[in-house]
Design a protein around this ligand. Structure first.
Ligand code: EPZ
Length: 417
């Protein structure tokens, strides 16, 4: 069973080209079903979640072909409409496949994905969106959902929460709907804009994807295209966390700094200097690492919930008391208990973590989830001795090679079998 071995590391120095974005490529892969032909995506990260999505696409009748970082999906022969229960359990975000499957097959079936380690993860907003766009939903044996629609009808949608996945579901349905669709209180994450950029390249008519109000004029059909996946902003934030803990200076290439809205400011408050030029971002920490009195996770352009565990690890070394409030998921503090095993002074009160920076000691820890596993690696860079991180399966869902990435930045990190 693979595990990470992280040793305390001094000042970093290195360059890393950031991998393609997991949370952008997954909806883009779902969008390939909207064309009965070939779509090629470039800079696709070789991660577990992409492999699960490919497994589902193959079961739906698609073929796929890798050429380096380019992935071509041939959706010419979609002949199935069921998202397999064991695969949606592995990757909840595959629920966004409902809209494209309905477009191709006029019916779809899925089991409610259920909760995970970070929260209950309901899909009620997804279902609201589909019903508003004309989909008939039937429930068999409670959580089995059967959906039917000969076509989508444009509608004016208001999301009760700017859900990223439900916004993607709405877009994937509305682009071929009869008439206009307006999505109010839509998510504004960069991954939404990436999906819209790809769909516009396929002939979709979408505006407003960074404003919270997305307007879509449905078209009869979409066309074959190619599209490049943008950099993974959470992986970039992981690199910022590493240099914040170790000090030194690192360079990230292939990054759109505007996607790091909400992330750069807190790291600067902690003592990092961050500057960008075109698609290169440089980050350094020469001064003392400072605590942040209060930080709350919120929808984009706020501080991302996916960086919460990472910054909690950084705060474990900062001078003073920090408070992080989790404003998105109700169960996303499990990493704190693993950090406590390393000697971190953290208490959890309701949906806040209170962290007093200090001294950590390397030990054996278990990744509770994807971003928590990365956070433990970041903590290991600053802790005395060696930190061994089990549960690497979680980390492999979103990082092509976390140890290799940290090693390229000058850290003592290795993946052991
Ligand atoms: C996406 O998840 C990301 N995953 C998550 O990243 C990220 O943490 C999250 O957005 C928030 O930014 C992917 O893009 C694959 P949401 P998603 O729908 O779409 C509630 C990672 O580590 N909600 O915006 O599932 C929900 O319970 C992952 O890469 C409903 O109530 O997130 C949560 O409290 C983790 N009903 C809040 O909205 C719904 O129908 C945000 O969820 C849907 C969501």
């Amino acid at each position: 069973m693979a595990y990470l071995e992280i040793r305390q590391t001094g000042p970093l120095s290195g360059t890393y080209r950031v991998q393609g974005s997991k949370n952008a490529v997954l909806p883009m892969l779902a969008a390939t079903l909207l064309v009965p032909g070939k779509t090629t995506l470039h800079r696709v990260p070789k991660i577990k979640d992409v492999n699960v999505m490919l497994e589902i696409l193959h079961l739906l009748g698609c073929c796929s072909c890798w050429e380096g970082e380019a992935l071509t999906i041939d959706a010419g022969n979609v002949n199935n409409w069921v998202i397999p229960e064991e695969l949606i359990g592995q990757m909840r975000s595959s629920v966004i496949l409902l809209a494209p499957i309905l477009y191709r097959m006029k019916k779809a079936a899925v089991v409610e994905p259920g909760g995970c380690s970070i929260g209950r993860r309901p899909i009620d907003i997804h279902l609201y969106v589909l019903q508003a766009l004309g989909v008939k939903l039937h429930y068999e044996w409670e959580e089995h959902i059967f959906a039917q629609a000969d076509y989508f009808c444009g509608a004016h949608l208001f999301l009760k929460f700017p859900s990223v996945g439900a916004t993607e579901q709405a877009i994937l349905a509305a682009v071929t709907a009869n008439g206009m669709t307006v999505i109010d209180n839509a998510a504004r994450e960069p991954e939404i804009s990436e999906l819209c950029r790809m769909l516009r390249g396929m002939g979709a008519k979408i505006t407003g994807d960074q404003t919270g109000r997305i307007v879509i004029e449905g078209v009869k059909e979409l066309f074959e295209s190619t599209c490049e996946v943008g950099a993974d902003r959470i992986v970039a934030a992981t690199c910022l966390s590493a240099v914040a803990v170790c000090s030194g200076e690192i360079t990230l290439t292939g990054v759109d700094a505007s996607h790091l809205n909400g992330v750069i400011e807190p790291f600067e408050k902690m003592g990092c200097k961050i500057w960008s030029d075109k698609d290169t971002l440089t980050a350094a920490r020469m001064d003392k690492l400072m605590a942040i009195p209060y930080l709350k996770t919120s929808p984009y352009p706020g501080f991302p919930t996916d960086v919460q565990s990472l910054i909690m690890a950084v705060m474990s070394f900062a001078d003073g008391q920090s408070v992080v409030e989790e404003g998105i998921f109700e169960g996303r503090f499990r990493t704190a208990y693993q950090l406590q095993k390393m000697g971190a002074a953290i208490i959890i009160e309701n949906n806040q973590a209170i962290i007093w920076g200090g001294h950590l000691i390397g030990t054996k820890v278990e990744a509770p989830d994807l971003r928590g596993g990365a956070a433990l690696a970041i903590a290991g860079l600053g802790a005395d001795g060696v930190t061994t991180i089990f549960g690497y399966d979680h980390i492999a869902r979103g990082y092509e090679d976390l140890a290799g990435m940290l090693f390229m930045l000058g850290a003592q990190a290795a993946l052991r079998e």
